[in-house]
Design a binder for this molecule. Structure first.
Ligand code: PEP
Ligand code: MN
Length: 344
C-alpha cells in the first residue's frame, strides 16, 4: 500500500509508480478517499528493491506492506502448524529446558559429565555446552574440538540431546558428523547471513534443530525473524528463536533483558521461543527472576547455563551459571507459572 505525500498522484506520478511495480509483475489499484487517495500494489509486494524504488520517490511518504517479508516464518504462512522438535522432544506442549555449562573444559571432562547428569536430574530436556566459543577477547580461551567428544559422551551417558554453537563450516561439519542435535547460532553470528545459509544447506535433509540467538544489536523484530527465514527457506523448519539480551546493557546487568519481545515473536511467527536469561542478566543470582519473567511473557522454554561447580567452570560459568539445585527450583516455579498462564 503506497501512502503518498500528496493528496493524489498526478498522471505522471501515477505512470512512474505503475512502471516501477510493473517491472516487478505488479499493478496499481487506486483507492479513492474523500480527500486523499492511497494506492494498493496488486501482486507480490515483498520485493525489497521494488519497495525501495517507490519509497525513494519524493512524492511518496511510505509503503506499508501487508504481506510478510518472511513468508515461511510468518504465523499465517504454510508452516504455521509445524511443530519444532529437538532430538525428538516437541516444543510448545510443555516447558522446554536446555541447560549445561557455558564452555566445556577439555582438561576437566568430569565437570561436564557430572553437570550433564545433574541437569538431567533437575529436569532439563537438552544438554548445552560450548565446544567452540565466540570470545570478545581474542586472547581468551577459544574452544577445542576435543570438547565435542566430551559433549557426545555426556549425551550417551544421560540420553540427553545436545546443543552446541558453530561458527564456521568446519565446526558445522564436525558437529553434524558427531550427531549434535541442535546447532546454536550465537548472538555474534545471528546476522552472519553466509553462515545462516551454510547451516540451512547442511541440515536441509536432516532433523537437526537450530537455536538462533537474538543478536546483541538486533533492532526490529523482523530482523530476528528474517534471520531464521534464511535457514528455513533451505528446507529445514526446526528453528528455535532465543532472545538473550541486547546492548547497551542495563546498568548492573550484562545486557538489556529482552524477554518482553516474546509476545511479539509469538504473534508474528509460529517458531518456538526459548529465552536465555543467563546471558541476558549475566549473574547467577538474577537468573531465576529473569527466567520466570520469560515464562510469564509466554516463552516456550529456557536455555540456562548450569554447572555443578560454577567456580571451577570456564567461560561464563563462574559468574552466571546456576547450580543444579537452583535449576531445579527454577524449573519447578516455571512449570507452576506455565500452568497458571496457559490456562484457557
Ligand atoms: C553461549 O551460549 O555461551 C553464548 C556465547 O551465547 P551468546 O551467543 O548469546 O553470547
Ligand atoms: Mn556463555
Amino acid at each position: 500500500m503506497i501512502i503518498p505525500n500528496v493528496n493524489r498522484f498526478t498522471d505522471e506520478q501515477l505512470k512512474e509508480v505503475t512502471d516501477i511495480v510493473g517491472a516487478f509483475g505488479c499493478r496499481i489499484q487506486t483507492i479513492i478517499g474523500q480527500e486523499r487517495c492511497i494506492y494498493a500494489i496488486i501482486g507480490d509486494e515483498r520485493d525489497d528493491d521494488m519497495v525501495a524504488k517507490i519509497e525513494g520517490l519524493p512524492y511518496v511518504n511510505r509503503v506499508d506492506r501487508i504481506q510478510s517479508p518472511h513468508k515461511l516464518m510468518d504465523s499465517r504462512g504454510s508452516l504455521a502448524s509445524h511443530r519444532v522438535k529437538v532430538g525428538g522432544i516437541p516444543l510448545g506442549q510443555e516447558l522446554f529446558v536446555c541447560a549445561g555449562p557455558c564452555t566445556i573444559d577439555p582438561k576437566n571432562p568430569n565437570l561436564t559429565i557430572e553437570t550433564a547428569h545433574a541437569v538431567k536430574e533437575a529436569g532439563a530436556h537438552v544438554l548445552r555446552g560450548g565446544v567452540w566459543k565466540p570470545r570478545t577477547n581474542p586472547y581468551s580461551y577459544q574452544g577445542d574440538a576435543r570438547a565435542l567428544d566430551i559433549l557426545m559422551e555426556a549425551s550417551r551417558q544421560t540420553g540427553l540431546p545436545v546443543d552446541t554453537e558453530v561458527m564456521d563450516e568446519e565446526h558445522l561439519k564436525l558437529a553434524l558428523d558427531s550427531g549434535v542435535n541442535c546447532l546454536q547460532v550465537g548472538a555474534r553470528n545471528a546476522l552472519n547471513y553466509a553462515l545462516l545459509r551454510q547451516i540451512g544447506q547442511a541440515i536441509a535433509e536432516r532433523e537437526t534443530a537450530v537455536l538462533l540467538k537474538r543478536s546483541l544489536h538486533m533492532g526490529p523484530v523482523q530482523e530476528f525473524v528474517s534471520a531464521a527465514e534464511y535457514i528455513v527457506q533451505l528446507g529445514n523448519p526446526n528453528v528455535l528463536l532465543c532472545p538473550r539480551g541486547t546492548q547497551p546493557g542495563l546498568d548492573g546487568y550484562r545486557n538489556h533483558p529482552d524477554e518482553s519481545i516474546v509476545p511479539l515473536l509469538k504473534e508474528r511467527t509460529w517458531a518456538p521461543v526459548v529465552v536465555d536469561p543467563s546471558h541476558s542478566v549475566g549473574k547467577a543470582a538474577y537468573v531465576p527472576a529473569a527466567a520466570l519473567a520469560a515464562i510469564a511473557y509466554g516463552a516456550d522454554g529456557l536455555c540456562i547455563e548450569c554447572n555443578v561447580a560454577p567456580a571451577k567452570g570456564i567461560g561464563d560459568d563462574p559468574k552466571q551459571a546456576v547450580t543444579p539445585e537452583a535449576l531445579k527450583q527454577i524449573i519447578a516455579k516455571a512449570k507452576a507459572l506455565w500452568s497458571i498462564t496457559r490456562k484457557p
